[in-house]
Write a protein that binds this ligand. Sequence first.
Ligand code: GGG
Length: 385
Amino acid sequence: SEQSSMAARVFKIASIPGDGIGVDITDAAVQVLQKLSSTFGTFSFEFNTLDWSSENYRQRGFYAPQGGVEGLKQYDAIYFGAVGWPDVPDHISLWQMILPIRTTLNQYANVRPTRIIPGTLSPLSACAANPSLLDWVIVRENSEGEYSGHGGTTPSTAHAAHTVATEVSIFTRVGIERIVRFAFETALHRPRKKLTMVTKSNAQRHGMVLWDAIFYEVAKEYEGRVEFDKMLVDAMTVRMVNRPESLDTIVATNLHADILSDLAAALSGSIGIAPSSNLDPTRQFPSMFEPIHGSAPDIAGLGIANPIGAFWSAAEMVRWLAGSDGNSNIVGLVSGPGVGNMVHAADCLMKAIENVTQAGIKTRDLGGASTTKEVTDAVCIEIGQ
Ligand code: GGG
């Protein structure tokens, strides 16, 4: 372990466990983060738990209270579990909390890394034999597009069958350009330096065509430094399965990247291990870290949820906070160990996760028989080694 005589930097974290297994895995992530801070001794976390859950919605009629989302601006970061419960329509739980957080806090870049960690088995036989074939970062546009929320429903008074609903996707030049540039920067800092842009510009002839045009404009700045290409989203699903090694960094719209990242997680072995970072690259507002999985009502409270996606998200939070002193670029990469040696701490947490899965201490979704607690305790022991 590494100790410092300097005063530990304290980070204020809003913790939102949410619903179902979100509660189990957030508890586990908090335990692991506390262990990490006590081991390193150079940083610590002050957690404030917010009960923004479906239960709260049932009892009080809201997830976040009035002014609650604005109030998140006082924190250094937000750690989020999962939201959604069968008795609340999913569009309510999403639109009452998680989407307003992302937009209010300018978290326009959602970063979703996928790789096959030791001890997990990809359903793709080539990747099962050679796990290094699958190593991707999906950059999801997180503020507009298909999630703009514009549209409406006009019920027909004469015939229910004639009800009309519209769902309008809004794409802006500024929104597309900033995420495409973020994706190029991400690709530039990865070993393979490749970027694939995904749209559906054959069928969707306005917003998607604008995406294509802006992509090639920004690409000129990276000519010779990043290899790039373009795919239609349907063909992309086939390429992810058939030629995973041909992909590296991927940028896509809010909806397309959400779907592709679930596929990516399944191809890496389980959605239970997949992390995500909702970043405000300007660092004006706090960023939010969450596993990509949902609340899984079928296994909620059974103590068997996989906490690895939550731990990996926690590691990404630590890595992001390492750049809090301004010593980071627009994709959050820090040169050096960062505030309080936190880049090393993030690496230590990832190594601990990998040692535990490699040793076969795994939950059921990964083919093991361990509980959430057993995996969490094992990761804490590894951190302390
Ligand atoms: N931990 C992630 C979570 O609860 N996600 C709920 C969900 O359905 N999110 C949809 C989205 O991110 O677009």
